[in-house]
Design a protein around this ligand. Structure first.
Ligand code: NDP
Ligand SMILES: CC[C@](O)(C(C)=O)C(=O)O
Ligand code: MG
Ligand code: MG
Length: 337
Protein backbone atom coordinates (compact mmCIF):
# COMPACT_ATOMS: atom_id res chain seq x y z
CA UNK A 1 0.00 0.00 0.00
CA UNK A 2 1.36 3.40 -0.95
CA UNK A 3 2.51 5.67 1.89
CA UNK A 4 0.49 8.90 1.73
CA UNK A 5 1.24 12.05 3.75
CA UNK A 6 -1.30 14.72 4.73
CA UNK A 7 -1.15 18.06 6.52
CA UNK A 8 -0.55 16.62 10.00
CA UNK A 9 2.53 14.76 8.71
CA UNK A 10 4.18 17.97 7.49
CA UNK A 11 5.61 20.93 9.42
CA UNK A 12 6.23 24.31 7.77
CA UNK A 13 8.78 25.01 10.54
CA UNK A 14 11.34 23.18 8.38
CA UNK A 15 11.14 26.15 5.97
CA UNK A 16 11.09 28.80 8.69
CA UNK A 17 13.93 31.32 8.31
CA UNK A 18 14.92 29.76 4.98
CA UNK A 19 14.88 31.25 1.50
CA UNK A 20 13.47 29.23 -1.39
CA UNK A 21 14.74 30.12 -4.88
CA UNK A 22 12.20 29.09 -7.49
CA UNK A 23 14.12 29.00 -10.78
CA UNK A 24 11.67 29.54 -13.67
CA UNK A 25 8.32 31.29 -13.48
CA UNK A 26 6.20 29.35 -15.99
CA UNK A 27 3.38 26.90 -15.41
CA UNK A 28 4.72 25.31 -12.19
CA UNK A 29 7.06 28.14 -11.19
CA UNK A 30 4.44 30.88 -10.80
CA UNK A 31 2.05 28.50 -9.01
CA UNK A 32 4.52 27.01 -6.54
CA UNK A 33 6.13 30.40 -5.82
CA UNK A 34 2.80 32.11 -5.14
CA UNK A 35 1.46 29.23 -3.04
CA UNK A 36 4.65 29.10 -0.94
CA UNK A 37 4.52 32.87 -0.38
CA UNK A 38 0.87 32.67 0.68
CA UNK A 39 1.92 29.91 3.12
CA UNK A 40 4.41 32.30 4.75
CA UNK A 41 7.61 31.09 3.08
CA UNK A 42 10.28 33.54 1.85
CA UNK A 43 10.59 33.07 -1.91
CA UNK A 44 12.88 34.65 -4.51
CA UNK A 45 12.72 33.98 -8.24
CA UNK A 46 15.70 33.06 -10.46
CA UNK A 47 15.35 33.89 -14.16
CA UNK A 48 16.91 35.33 -17.29
CA UNK A 49 15.66 38.76 -18.40
CA UNK A 50 12.47 38.47 -20.45
CA UNK A 51 8.74 37.92 -20.28
CA UNK A 52 8.68 35.90 -17.06
CA UNK A 53 11.08 38.30 -15.35
CA UNK A 54 8.62 41.16 -15.87
CA UNK A 55 5.66 39.01 -14.78
CA UNK A 56 7.34 37.85 -11.58
CA UNK A 57 8.19 41.47 -10.73
CA UNK A 58 4.59 42.55 -11.41
CA UNK A 59 3.52 39.73 -9.05
CA UNK A 60 5.64 41.32 -6.33
CA UNK A 61 8.61 38.92 -6.13
CA UNK A 62 12.28 39.73 -5.78
CA UNK A 63 13.67 38.59 -9.15
CA UNK A 64 17.35 37.80 -9.72
CA UNK A 65 19.57 36.15 -12.26
CA UNK A 66 19.73 32.42 -11.56
CA UNK A 67 23.18 32.52 -9.93
CA UNK A 68 22.20 35.47 -7.69
CA UNK A 69 19.00 33.69 -6.60
CA UNK A 70 20.87 30.46 -5.84
CA UNK A 71 23.52 32.29 -3.79
CA UNK A 72 20.90 33.48 -1.30
CA UNK A 73 18.89 30.24 -1.20
CA UNK A 74 18.66 27.37 1.26
CA UNK A 75 16.29 25.53 -1.08
CA UNK A 76 16.57 25.68 -4.89
CA UNK A 77 13.58 24.39 -6.85
CA UNK A 78 14.34 23.98 -10.59
CA UNK A 79 11.16 24.80 -12.53
CA UNK A 80 12.47 25.55 -15.99
CA UNK A 81 11.66 23.22 -18.90
CA UNK A 82 13.34 19.82 -18.39
CA UNK A 83 15.39 20.24 -21.55
CA UNK A 84 17.15 23.43 -20.35
CA UNK A 85 17.70 22.45 -16.71
CA UNK A 86 21.03 20.60 -17.17
CA UNK A 87 22.70 23.52 -18.99
CA UNK A 88 21.44 26.15 -16.53
CA UNK A 89 22.40 23.89 -13.60
CA UNK A 90 25.94 23.49 -14.95
CA UNK A 91 26.43 27.20 -15.78
CA UNK A 92 24.51 29.02 -13.05
CA UNK A 93 23.57 26.70 -10.19
CA UNK A 94 26.25 24.10 -9.43
CA UNK A 95 28.99 26.49 -8.24
CA UNK A 96 26.65 28.46 -5.97
CA UNK A 97 24.79 25.69 -4.11
CA UNK A 98 25.53 25.92 -0.37
CA UNK A 99 26.54 22.71 1.45
CA UNK A 100 23.53 21.51 3.45
CA UNK A 101 21.06 23.21 1.12
CA UNK A 102 18.41 21.38 -0.90
CA UNK A 103 18.12 20.97 -4.66
CA UNK A 104 14.54 20.25 -5.65
CA UNK A 105 12.69 19.14 -8.76
CA UNK A 106 9.09 18.62 -9.83
CA UNK A 107 9.99 15.93 -12.34
CA UNK A 108 12.82 13.41 -12.04
CA UNK A 109 13.99 13.44 -15.69
CA UNK A 110 17.38 15.11 -15.23
CA UNK A 111 18.37 13.17 -12.11
CA UNK A 112 17.08 9.80 -13.28
CA UNK A 113 18.68 10.06 -16.72
CA UNK A 114 21.98 11.36 -15.30
CA UNK A 115 21.86 14.86 -16.84
CA UNK A 116 22.35 16.57 -13.45
CA UNK A 117 24.75 15.12 -10.86
CA UNK A 118 24.49 17.17 -7.65
CA UNK A 119 27.29 17.25 -5.06
CA UNK A 120 26.98 14.83 -2.14
CA UNK A 121 26.58 17.58 0.47
CA UNK A 122 23.10 18.72 -0.65
CA UNK A 123 19.68 17.13 -0.23
CA UNK A 124 18.05 16.13 -3.52
CA UNK A 125 14.26 16.06 -3.26
CA UNK A 126 11.33 15.66 -5.65
CA UNK A 127 7.93 17.22 -5.09
CA UNK A 128 5.96 16.47 -8.24
CA UNK A 129 2.42 17.88 -8.42
CA UNK A 130 0.09 15.54 -10.30
CA UNK A 131 -1.56 18.33 -12.23
CA UNK A 132 -0.85 21.35 -14.42
CA UNK A 133 0.69 24.41 -12.75
CA UNK A 134 -2.26 26.71 -13.33
CA UNK A 135 -4.46 24.30 -11.39
CA UNK A 136 -1.83 24.04 -8.62
CA UNK A 137 -2.45 27.77 -8.11
CA UNK A 138 -6.22 27.87 -8.72
CA UNK A 139 -6.99 24.92 -6.44
CA UNK A 140 -4.76 26.32 -3.65
CA UNK A 141 -6.66 29.64 -3.82
CA UNK A 142 -9.90 27.70 -3.51
CA UNK A 143 -8.60 26.18 -0.27
CA UNK A 144 -7.68 22.74 -1.65
CA UNK A 145 -4.58 21.22 -3.20
CA UNK A 146 -3.35 19.18 -6.13
CA UNK A 147 -1.92 15.80 -5.03
CA UNK A 148 1.83 15.32 -5.40
CA UNK A 149 4.59 12.72 -5.19
CA UNK A 150 7.60 12.96 -2.88
CA UNK A 151 10.98 11.28 -3.35
CA UNK A 152 14.36 11.72 -1.72
CA UNK A 153 17.43 10.90 -3.83
CA UNK A 154 20.04 12.29 -1.40
CA UNK A 155 19.57 12.91 2.32
CA UNK A 156 22.70 14.89 3.15
CA UNK A 157 21.16 16.73 6.12
CA UNK A 158 19.19 13.79 7.55
CA UNK A 159 16.05 15.97 7.25
CA UNK A 160 15.39 15.84 3.52
CA UNK A 161 11.99 14.17 3.81
CA UNK A 162 10.81 16.61 6.49
CA UNK A 163 11.91 19.53 4.30
CA UNK A 164 10.21 18.02 1.25
CA UNK A 165 6.97 17.53 3.17
CA UNK A 166 7.13 21.13 4.43
CA UNK A 167 7.52 22.29 0.82
CA UNK A 168 4.60 20.07 -0.23
CA UNK A 169 2.51 21.65 2.53
CA UNK A 170 3.56 25.11 1.37
CA UNK A 171 2.24 24.51 -2.14
CA UNK A 172 -0.99 22.98 -0.80
CA UNK A 173 -0.29 19.39 -1.84
CA UNK A 174 -0.69 17.85 1.63
CA UNK A 175 -4.33 19.01 1.61
CA UNK A 176 -4.85 16.42 -1.14
CA UNK A 177 -2.23 13.78 -0.27
CA UNK A 178 1.46 13.30 -1.04
CA UNK A 179 2.52 9.79 -2.10
CA UNK A 180 6.01 8.47 -1.40
CA UNK A 181 7.92 7.29 -4.46
CA UNK A 182 11.38 7.29 -6.06
CA UNK A 183 12.83 9.51 -8.79
CA UNK A 184 12.82 6.44 -11.06
CA UNK A 185 9.15 5.60 -10.49
CA UNK A 186 7.99 9.21 -10.85
CA UNK A 187 10.00 9.78 -14.03
CA UNK A 188 8.93 6.61 -15.79
CA UNK A 189 5.24 6.77 -14.82
CA UNK A 190 4.93 10.50 -15.55
CA UNK A 191 6.48 10.11 -19.01
CA UNK A 192 4.28 7.08 -19.72
CA UNK A 193 1.10 8.79 -18.51
CA UNK A 194 1.62 11.93 -20.60
CA UNK A 195 2.68 10.04 -23.74
CA UNK A 196 0.33 7.07 -23.78
CA UNK A 197 -2.81 8.35 -22.06
CA UNK A 198 -3.16 11.94 -20.87
CA UNK A 199 -1.66 13.94 -23.73
CA UNK A 200 -0.49 11.73 -26.62
CA UNK A 201 -3.15 9.04 -26.35
CA UNK A 202 -6.10 11.38 -25.78
CA UNK A 203 -5.08 13.91 -28.47
CA UNK A 204 -4.76 11.16 -31.05
CA UNK A 205 -8.08 9.59 -30.04
CA UNK A 206 -9.81 12.98 -30.32
CA UNK A 207 -8.30 13.74 -33.74
CA UNK A 208 -9.05 10.25 -35.10
CA UNK A 209 -12.67 10.54 -33.97
CA UNK A 210 -13.01 14.04 -35.48
CA UNK A 211 -11.46 12.92 -38.79
CA UNK A 212 -13.63 9.80 -38.99
CA UNK A 213 -16.82 11.86 -38.61
CA UNK A 214 -15.83 14.75 -40.91
CA UNK A 215 -14.48 12.40 -43.62
CA UNK A 216 -17.87 10.65 -43.50
CA UNK A 217 -19.53 14.00 -44.27
CA UNK A 218 -20.70 15.13 -40.82
CA UNK A 219 -20.43 18.82 -39.87
CA UNK A 220 -17.06 19.72 -38.26
CA UNK A 221 -18.83 21.69 -35.50
CA UNK A 222 -20.79 18.60 -34.44
CA UNK A 223 -17.65 16.44 -34.67
CA UNK A 224 -15.84 18.98 -32.45
CA UNK A 225 -18.52 18.86 -29.76
CA UNK A 226 -18.78 15.08 -29.90
CA UNK A 227 -15.07 14.25 -29.83
CA UNK A 228 -13.41 17.13 -27.92
CA UNK A 229 -15.77 19.44 -26.05
CA UNK A 230 -17.82 16.73 -24.36
CA UNK A 231 -14.66 14.88 -23.32
CA UNK A 232 -14.23 17.28 -20.39
CA UNK A 233 -17.73 16.59 -19.15
CA UNK A 234 -17.19 12.83 -19.33
CA UNK A 235 -13.73 13.08 -17.71
CA UNK A 236 -15.20 15.20 -14.90
CA UNK A 237 -17.53 12.30 -14.10
CA UNK A 238 -14.62 9.82 -14.11
CA UNK A 239 -12.60 12.19 -11.90
CA UNK A 240 -15.44 12.37 -9.38
CA UNK A 241 -16.58 8.73 -9.41
CA UNK A 242 -14.20 6.60 -11.46
CA UNK A 243 -15.33 4.73 -14.57
CA UNK A 244 -18.42 3.43 -12.72
CA UNK A 245 -19.38 7.01 -11.77
CA UNK A 246 -19.22 8.02 -15.41
CA UNK A 247 -21.24 4.98 -16.49
CA UNK A 248 -23.88 5.75 -13.87
CA UNK A 249 -24.61 9.09 -15.57
CA UNK A 250 -24.58 8.09 -19.23
CA UNK A 251 -27.46 6.31 -20.98
CA UNK A 252 -27.65 2.50 -21.08
CA UNK A 253 -27.24 2.80 -24.85
CA UNK A 254 -23.93 4.65 -24.35
CA UNK A 255 -22.86 2.14 -21.70
CA UNK A 256 -23.52 -0.84 -24.00
CA UNK A 257 -21.63 0.91 -26.83
CA UNK A 258 -18.77 1.61 -24.42
CA UNK A 259 -18.48 -2.12 -23.57
CA UNK A 260 -18.70 -3.47 -27.12
CA UNK A 261 -16.86 -0.80 -29.15
CA UNK A 262 -14.21 0.66 -26.80
CA UNK A 263 -12.06 -2.48 -26.94
CA UNK A 264 -12.26 -2.50 -30.75
CA UNK A 265 -10.97 1.07 -31.01
CA UNK A 266 -8.33 0.87 -28.29
CA UNK A 267 -7.47 -2.82 -28.43
CA UNK A 268 -4.52 -5.22 -28.50
CA UNK A 269 -2.50 -3.17 -31.00
CA UNK A 270 -2.76 -0.15 -28.72
CA UNK A 271 -1.77 -2.19 -25.64
CA UNK A 272 1.26 -3.53 -27.53
CA UNK A 273 2.22 0.04 -28.52
CA UNK A 274 1.87 1.13 -24.90
CA UNK A 275 4.30 -1.63 -23.84
CA UNK A 276 6.79 -0.45 -26.45
CA UNK A 277 6.45 3.17 -25.37
CA UNK A 278 7.03 2.13 -21.74
CA UNK A 279 10.08 0.08 -22.67
CA UNK A 280 11.61 3.00 -24.60
CA UNK A 281 11.05 5.22 -21.55
CA UNK A 282 12.62 2.65 -19.21
CA UNK A 283 15.66 1.87 -21.34
CA UNK A 284 16.42 5.57 -21.96
CA UNK A 285 15.65 5.58 -25.71
CA UNK A 286 13.00 8.30 -25.37
CA UNK A 287 15.20 10.47 -23.14
CA UNK A 288 18.15 10.15 -25.55
CA UNK A 289 15.94 11.15 -28.50
CA UNK A 290 14.51 14.17 -26.65
CA UNK A 291 17.95 15.36 -25.53
CA UNK A 292 19.31 15.00 -29.11
CA UNK A 293 16.27 16.79 -30.56
CA UNK A 294 17.11 19.79 -28.38
CA UNK A 295 20.83 19.64 -29.20
CA UNK A 296 19.92 19.65 -32.91
CA UNK A 297 17.72 22.78 -32.62
CA UNK A 298 14.23 21.23 -32.20
CA UNK A 299 13.46 21.19 -35.96
CA UNK A 300 11.28 18.08 -35.76
CA UNK A 301 9.53 19.34 -32.60
CA UNK A 302 8.68 22.66 -34.30
CA UNK A 303 7.40 20.96 -37.47
CA UNK A 304 5.16 18.61 -35.47
CA UNK A 305 3.86 21.47 -33.30
CA UNK A 306 2.98 23.53 -36.40
CA UNK A 307 1.20 20.59 -38.09
CA UNK A 308 -0.89 20.07 -34.94
CA UNK A 309 -1.80 23.78 -34.78
CA UNK A 310 -2.93 23.64 -38.43
CA UNK A 311 -5.27 20.65 -37.88
CA UNK A 312 -8.91 21.44 -38.86
CA UNK A 313 -10.11 20.59 -35.33
CA UNK A 314 -8.14 23.60 -34.06
CA UNK A 315 -9.68 25.97 -36.61
CA UNK A 316 -13.27 24.92 -35.88
CA UNK A 317 -12.53 24.87 -32.14
CA UNK A 318 -11.15 28.39 -32.17
CA UNK A 319 -14.36 29.69 -33.79
CA UNK A 320 -16.66 27.74 -31.48
CA UNK A 321 -14.86 28.67 -28.27
CA UNK A 322 -15.31 32.38 -29.09
CA UNK A 323 -19.06 31.85 -28.63
CA UNK A 324 -18.66 30.12 -25.25
CA UNK A 325 -19.35 32.86 -22.72
CA UNK A 326 -18.21 30.69 -19.82
CA UNK A 327 -14.74 30.43 -21.41
CA UNK A 328 -14.47 33.86 -22.93
CA UNK A 329 -15.44 37.14 -21.33
CA UNK A 330 -15.65 38.79 -24.78
CA UNK A 331 -18.07 36.24 -26.25
CA UNK A 332 -20.58 38.03 -28.46
CA UNK A 333 -23.47 35.73 -27.56
CA UNK A 334 -23.67 35.15 -23.80
CA UNK A 335 -25.18 31.81 -22.82
CA UNK A 336 -28.99 32.04 -22.77
CA UNK A 337 -30.74 31.49 -19.45
N1 NDP B 1 3.70 22.04 -16.63
C1 NDP B 1 3.27 21.36 -15.58
O1 NDP B 1 2.14 21.54 -15.11
C2 NDP B 1 4.14 20.34 -14.91
C3 NDP B 1 5.50 20.43 -14.98
N2 NDP B 1 6.27 19.62 -14.21
C4 NDP B 1 7.71 19.81 -14.23
O2 NDP B 1 8.00 21.11 -13.71
C5 NDP B 1 9.17 21.64 -14.35
C6 NDP B 1 8.82 22.97 -14.99
O3 NDP B 1 7.89 22.73 -16.04
P1 NDP B 1 6.93 23.87 -16.57
O4 NDP B 1 6.37 24.63 -15.42
O5 NDP B 1 6.02 23.22 -17.56
O6 NDP B 1 7.97 24.80 -17.33
P2 NDP B 1 7.64 26.05 -18.25
O7 NDP B 1 7.93 25.71 -19.69
O8 NDP B 1 6.30 26.63 -17.97
O9 NDP B 1 8.81 27.03 -17.72
C7 NDP B 1 9.16 28.12 -18.35
C8 NDP B 1 9.91 29.04 -17.38
O10 NDP B 1 11.30 28.72 -17.38
C9 NDP B 1 12.01 29.93 -17.70
N3 NDP B 1 13.24 29.62 -18.43
C10 NDP B 1 13.37 28.98 -19.61
N4 NDP B 1 14.64 28.91 -19.96
C11 NDP B 1 15.35 29.54 -18.99
C12 NDP B 1 16.72 29.83 -18.80
N5 NDP B 1 17.64 29.45 -19.69
N6 NDP B 1 17.09 30.49 -17.68
C13 NDP B 1 16.17 30.88 -16.77
N7 NDP B 1 14.85 30.64 -16.90
C14 NDP B 1 14.45 29.99 -18.01
C15 NDP B 1 11.03 30.70 -18.58
O11 NDP B 1 11.39 32.05 -18.63
P3 NDP B 1 11.22 32.95 -19.97
O12 NDP B 1 9.89 33.63 -19.87
O13 NDP B 1 12.37 33.89 -19.90
O14 NDP B 1 11.28 32.00 -21.13
C16 NDP B 1 9.74 30.45 -17.82
O15 NDP B 1 9.66 31.28 -16.69
C17 NDP B 1 9.61 20.57 -15.34
O16 NDP B 1 10.54 19.75 -14.68
C18 NDP B 1 8.34 19.78 -15.62
O17 NDP B 1 8.53 18.45 -16.05
C19 NDP B 1 5.75 18.73 -13.32
C20 NDP B 1 4.40 18.60 -13.19
C21 NDP B 1 3.49 19.31 -14.07
C1 LIG C 1 0.44 15.47 -18.06
C2 LIG C 1 1.59 16.37 -18.40
C3 LIG C 1 2.54 16.64 -17.22
O1 LIG C 1 3.17 15.44 -16.84
C4 LIG C 1 1.72 17.17 -16.06
C5 LIG C 1 0.92 18.41 -16.20
O2 LIG C 1 1.66 16.52 -15.05
C6 LIG C 1 3.60 17.64 -17.69
O3 LIG C 1 4.78 17.23 -17.80
O4 LIG C 1 3.25 18.80 -17.96
MG1 MG D 1 2.77 14.83 -14.91
MG1 MG E 1 5.33 15.41 -17.12
Amino acid sequence: MAKVYYGDDADLQYLQGKTVAVVGYGSQGHAQAQNLRDSGVRVVIGLRRGRSWEQAKRDGFGVYTVDEAVKQADVVQLLMPDEVQARVYRDQVASYLKPGSALMFSHGFNIHFGQINPPEDVDVILIAPKGPGHLVRRVYEEGFGVPALIAVQQNATGKAKELGLAYAKGIGATRAGVIETTFKEETETDLFGEQAVLCGGVSQLVKNGFETLTEAGYQPEIAYFECLHELKLIVDLMYEGGLAGMRHSISDTAEYGDYVSGKRVVGDASRQAMKEVLEEIRNGTFAKRWIEENEEGRGQFDRMAQAEKDHPIERVGEKLRKTMAWLNQDAKEPAKQ
